[in-house]
Design a protein around this ligand. Structure first.
Ligand SMILES: Cc1cc2nc3c(=O)[nH]c(=O)nc-3n(C[C@H](O)[C@H](O)[C@H](O)COP(=O)(O)OP(=O)(O)OC[C@H]3O[C@@H](n4cnc5c(N)ncnc54)[C@H](O)[C@@H]3O)c2cc1C
Length: 497
C-alpha cells in the first residue's frame, strides 16, 4: 500500500504552517490535516461584544482544571490556529533565556541549544512573517545578524507621549516587533488586532503567511475538518498511521505533530498501545508535563483629564525589568501594551457599570505585564476518561507580583495618578508551551534538538510544546524559528536524494 503523502502535518497553526512553508519547495507531497475550518469575514469579526462578551469564536469544548472542575478554554481551532487571534508580537527570546536563570521562584534548566544556534532561523522567521521592528532601543535586544526588513508600526499620539513619559522616569521603552500590515488591518475596521480574528490578512499569521506560502506549491494540500484522534506505530516504532475522527487512517513517511502544546500532548497520551501504555513518544514520561503559560496581568493607567484616543495602541514594550529587578537581582518580566481595550471589553471583564467602564476605557493606557512561568513536572496535561485535564501549577508568582508593583510605581511616576491591575484569567492558555520538551537525554525529554521524537524516528513535534522554558516574551516567533530549523534538518537527513 502506498502512503497518502510523503509528509503529514497535523495542525495548521504557527508551527505546522511554518513547517509546510519550509518543506513545500522540496516538491514532496505534503498533506496538512487541520481540525478546524477557515475563518471567513463576517459581521462579528471586528465586533468586541461578539468576541469578548458572547464568546462567538470560542470552541464548544470543556477541559477539566486541576480540581476536576470543567472550564471552557480560550484555545482556538481553525485554519491558522491560535495565531489568527494573536497580538502579532513577533519577538525573539533574549539570548540569556537559553541558559539557566535564577528566578525568585527557582532556576530554569536552560536550553539544549544556544541563542546563536537559533539566530539564523529567527532572521528567516522575521523575513517570512514580514516583521515590522526597530533595533537599538531595547536594552535586552539580542544580537541580530540581519536588521528588520520593515520599519516599525507607528505609535499613536498617546503612545508617543507615553514613550516620552517613561523615558523621563529613567526607563528604556522599546518598539514592539509586530507582524501587522497596519493599513490592511485598519481598512476592514478601525479596531485593535489583539484577540480579534484576522479575516482580511491584516495580520501576518500562520494562515496569511505560512499556509499561503506553502499552498502556492501544487504539492501541498490542506484538509480542513480533519481532526486527528490517534497515532499508530508500525515497524521499527515508526508512526505508521494517522487516524482521523472519521475512522480514516492515513500514512506518510514523515509525520509532523503541530496541534499546539495542550492538544499535541493529549494526542500522544491518547495513542496508547500494548507496548506503550503511557502513550507515544513518552518513554521519558515527560509528555504532558512541564506545562507553562505566562503569569500575566492587565495594568490600566489613567489621568482623569487626559484621553487616550488610540485605536490599536500595541506598539511599545519595556524590558528594564526583564533580566533584573528582584530582591537579589532576579528577573521580573516584560511589559508591553495590550490592544486598546474598549468599555465593552472592560465591563465584561469586571463588575463595573457600563458608563464607568466607558469613562475609564476612554482614558486608560492598557498595559500587559508578563512574567516567566517555570517548568515543573507536576504542571501537566493528562487525560481523564478521554477528556483533557489541565493542572497548571503556576510558578514564580512572587516575581510577577514584584513586576506589577514596579510597573504601577513607574506609571504613577510617569504622570498617571490612577493605576489599577488585575491578573489574567488562569483558564486562558494563550501562551501554552512545554508539554513535550526538547533535550539531549531521551530519559528526560521528548524530542531532540531538531524536534525529532527520541522514540519514533519519523515523528517530529513542531509546535509550542517543545519549548524547554517559557521566557517572558510571546512565543510564536520562537515556535516558527524552531519549525524552520526542524524543516532544514528533515530536508538534509530524511529527504536527501
Ligand atoms: C488571544 C491570543 C493572543 C496571542 N498573542 C500572541 C502574540 O502577540 N505573540 C505571540 O508570539 N503569541 C501570541 N499568542 C500565542 C500564539 O498564538 C501561539 O504561541 C502560537 O499560535 C502557537 O503555535 P502552535 O503551532 O503551537 O499552535 P497553534 O497555532 O494553536 O496551532 C495548532 C493547530 O492545530 C490544530 N489542531 C489541534 N488539535 C488537532 C487535531 N487533533 N487534529 C488536527 N488539527 C488539530 C488547531 O486547530 C490549530 O490550528 C496569542 C494567543 C492568543 C490566543
Amino acid at each position: 500500500m502506498s502512503d497518502d503523502a510523503d509528509i503529514i502535518i497535523i495542525g495548521s497553526g504557527m508551527g505546522g504552517a511554518t513547517m509546510a512553508a519550509a518543506l513545500a519547495p522540496t516538491g514532496r507531497r505534503i498533506l496538512i490535516l487541520e481540525r478546524g475550518v477557515h475563518l471567513r469575514p463576517s459581521a462579528h469579526d471586528r465586533d468586541d461584544r461578539a468576541i469578548f462578551v458572547e464568546g462567538r469564536y470560542r470552541p464548544d469544548e470543556h477541559w477539566l482544571d486541576g480540581a476536576g472542575e470543567p472550564f471552557s478554554p480560550g484555545n482556538y481551532y481553525n485554519v491558522g490556529g491560535n495565531s489568527k487571534f494573536y497580538g502579532a508580537v513577533l519577538i525573539r527570546y533574549r539570548a540569556e533565556d537559553f541558559a539557566p536563570i535564577a528566578h525568585i521562584g527557582g532556576t530554569t534548566p536552560g536550553w539544549p541549544i544556544s541563542y546563536d544556534d537559533l539566530e539564523p532561523e529567527y532572521c528567516r522567521a522575521e523575513e517570512l512573517y514580514a516583521v515590522r521592528g526597530q533595533l537599538g532601543d531595547d536594552p535586552t535586544e539580542p544580537h541580530h545578524s540581519k536588521p528588520y526588513l520593515h520599519g516599525p508600526v507607528p505609535d499613536e499620539p498617546a503612545i508617543a507621549d507615553l514613550r516620552t513619559r517613561l523615558s523621563s522616569v529613567g526607563l528604556h521603552p522599546g518598539t514592539l516587533p509586530l507582524g501587522v500590515d497596519l493599513d490592511r488591518w485598519l481598512s476592514r475596521a478601525k479596531t485593535p488586532w489583539d484577540a480579534f480574528p484576522d479575516t482580511n490578512g491584516g495580520k501576518m499569521d500562520a494562515e496569511s503567511v505560512g499556509l499561503k506560502t506553502a499552498l502556492a506549491h501544487d504539492n501541498v494540500k490542506l484538509r480542513t475538518n480533519a481532526r486527528v484522534v490517534r497515532l499508530k506505530t508500525g515497524k521499527k516504532n515508526c508512526i505508521a498511521g494517522v487516524e482521523l475522527a472519521s475512522g480514516e487512517v492515513l500514512s506518510a513517511r514523515i509525520v509532523v505533530l503541530a496541534a499546539g502544546a495542550v492538544q499535541s500532548a493529549a494526542l500522544l497520551l491518547a495513542s496508547t498501545n500494548e507496548d506503550q501504555p503511557k502513550g507515544l513518544a513518552n518513554r521519558s514520561d515527560q509528555v504532558g508535563r512541564n506545562f507553562m503559560n505566562h503569569n500575566c496581568s492587565a495594568v490600566l493607567a489613567m489621568h482623569p483629564l487626559r484621553k487616550n484616543s488610540s485605536v490599536y495602541q500595541k506598539t511599545l514594550m519595556v524590558n528594564d525589568f526583564y533580566l533584573t529587578g528582584g530582591p537579589n537581582g532576579e528577573p521580573l518580566g516584560n511589559i508591553q501594551l495590550l490592544g486598546k481595550i474598549s468599555g465593552t471589553i472592560l465591563a465584561s471583564a469586571s463588575s463595573l457599570p457600563r458608563p464607568v467602564a466607558n469613562w475609564i476605557a476612554a482614558r486608560s493606557i492598557d498595559v500587559y505585564a508578563m512574567s516567566e512561568d517555570l517548568p515543573n513536572p507536576e504542571s501537566r496535561v493528562t487525560l481523564q476518561n478521554g477528556q483533557i485535564k489541565l493542572d497548571w501549577q503556576r510558578s514564580n508568582w512572587e516575581a510577577h507580583k514584584a513586576l506589577v508593583k514596579v510597573v504601577k510605581q513607574s506609571l504613577r511616576r510617569a504622570g498617571f495618578p490612577v493605576v489599577v491591575s488585575r491578573p489574567f484569567d488562569r483558564r486562558t492558555p494563550s501562551h501554552q508551551c512545554g508539554t513535550a520538551r526538547m533535550g539531549h537525554d531521551p530519559d528526560k525529554s521528548v524530542v531532540d534538538t531538531f524536534c525529532r521524537s527520541h522514540d519514533h524516528p519519523n515523528l517530529f513535534i513542531a509546535d509550542a510544546s517543545v519549548l524547554p522554558t517559557s521566557a517572558a516574551v510571546n512565543p510564536a516567533l520562537t515556535v516558527a524559528a524552531l519549525s524552520l530549523r526542524a524543516a532544514d534538518h528533515i530536508r538534509k537527513t530524511d529527504l536527501a536524494p
